[in-house]
Write a protein that binds this ligand. Structure first.
Ligand SMILES: Cc1cc2nc3c(=O)[nH]c(=O)nc-3n(C[C@H](O)[C@H](O)[C@H](O)COP(=O)(O)OP(=O)(O)OC[C@H]3O[C@@H](n4cnc5c(N)ncnc54)[C@H](O)[C@@H]3O)c2cc1C
Length: 381
């Protein structure tokens, strides 16, 4: 066993940390209030190679793995969770399935544009009547001549407003049981019949984009099918294994920001003639936060390491997401409490951390779904 990061991992983590502190921290509160990510941030992320972090060098990416992505995502989310989810979805929910299931032609066509950030990726699974029960999707794809024709409505699509390429899950066989009749498609934004619907107003991660995506006889070529016909649900679930590691790393970054803000404030704020950090009640909060964060970090890195080794990481990813997302909410809550009344106002960024932490227990599988996945591994049916 070796807990030492490689030289390359340290380099990429430190690069992400410098970028996050210089470019994201000063903008995060403003972007949150404006509910908009600064395009300059996107451009700098392209220059740093972050859009293509996990895409192989042959396609213009940096060719790194999930461990490096997790290290980068912790740093980015520590500064700005809206930027963090944008990057996580792009790399883990779109780049990853193309690399794992795409044909050579699909890789050649899409990976270079994803690696450069020319096209940002989005993942369209959720629908009005299919959330946790994702296999219940009703969006359909029918082969008409040499084209697939897609009809349906996707909800809550991260990056929807500015994505250039969508992975869309649609029903291709209604005669078989739910999960067996679903296929995955790569759909560029310029597809006739694809429109971006309502943008959601959110509790947290307000600068990130979350929209409806509507398909009205949207026509794509026959070869837009990703992976085997009716094999889409497996792709969706395999993809979420990687995505959950990204969200767990996001939670870790938010939780770490909360601990750091708590330490700083507990040294500065004085009551009863001394810094509040001198009270054991505050010290115990800090100690509990640090233990839960370190445990979460171990789970995140282990799950990422398993995925890089191409071993099954379904349970490990769910354990990491479940633990890290609860930790983020615990830390953000304690952090707000330590800041007292000021923490409840916009005097500090801790109210943003509190709002941003909440989503990590919801998307890419709610907390109860993570429990179901973990229990399934413990008690196979
Ligand atoms: C900001 C944001 C971004 C998102 N981004 C994307 C995206 O990019 N792509 C995408 O496809 N989706 C996305 N989603 C959708 C997200 O993944 C779903 O919201 C999530 O999976 C939960 O589905 P639901 O909202 O329909 O809740 P429901 O499934 O309706 O759950 C409601 C409640 O019922 C509980 N519940 C449901 N089933 C069970 C069960 N079997 N056992 C116990 N309890 C259960 C849940 O825990 C929850 O408390 C996003 C959502 C948000 C809010």
């Amino acid at each position: 066993m070796d807990f030492q990061l490689t030289e390359q991992q340290v380099l990429v983590r430190d690069m992400a940390k410098s970028f996050a502190e210089a470019e994201l921290l000063p903008r995060a509160t403003k972007m949150d209030r404006q509910e908009f990510l600064d395009p300059e941030v996107f451009a700098t992320m392209g220059e740093l190679g972050l859009w293509g972090l996990t895409i192989p060098e042959a396609y213009g990416g940096a060719g790194m793995g999930n461990v490096e992505l997790a290290l980068v995502l912790e740093e980015i989310n520590r500064a700005c969770a809206s930027t963090g989810v944008t990057l996580s979805v792009h790399n883990s929910l779109l780049g990853s399935p193309i690399m794992r299931f795409g044909s050579d032609a699909q890789k050649q066509r899409w990976l270079p544009e994803l690696a450069s950030g020319k096209r940002i990726g989005a993942y369209c699974l959720t629908e009005p009547n299919a959330g946790s029960d994702a296999a219940a999707i009703a969006t359909s794809a029918k082969l008409v001549g040499e084209q697939w024709v897609i009809n349906g409505t996707k909800l809550f699509v991260t990056n929807g407003a500015f994505a250039g390429l969508f992975i869309v899950y649609a029903r291709t066989d209604a005669s078989v049981s739910k999960a067996k009749g679903i296929s995955a498609f790569l759909v560029p934004k310029e597809t006739p019949g694809l429109t971006i619907g309502k943008a959601e107003k959110k509790c947290g991660i307000r600068a990130s984009s979350t929209t409806e995506v509507l398909f009205d006889n949207a026509r794509i070529p026959k070869d837009a099918l990703l992976g085997p016909l009716n094999g889409g649900f497996k792709i969706a679930m395999d993809t979420l294994d990687g995505g959950r590691i990204g969200i767990a790393a996001q939670a870790l970054g938010i939780g770490r920001a909360a601990l750091e803000a708590s330490i700083k404030y507990s040294r500065e704020r004085e009551q009863f003639g001394k810094p509040i950090g001198d009270f054991q009640a505050i010290q115990w909060k800090l100690a509990d936060m640090s233990c839960q964060l370190e445990a979460s970090r171990m789970l995140v890195l282990k799950a990422a390491w398993l995925r890089d080794r191409k071993e099954s990481c379904t349970q490990a990813a769910a354990q990491a997401k479940l633990t890290a997302s609860r930790t983020a909410n615990f830390c953000a809550d304690e952090c707000l409490q330590i800041h007292g009344g000021a923490g409840y106002t916009d005097h500090f960024h801790v109210e943003r951390l509190f709002r941003d932490a909440r989503i990590t227990e919801i998307y890419e599988g709610v907390t109860d779904v993570q429990r179901i996945v973990i229990a399934r591994g413990l008690v196979p049916s």
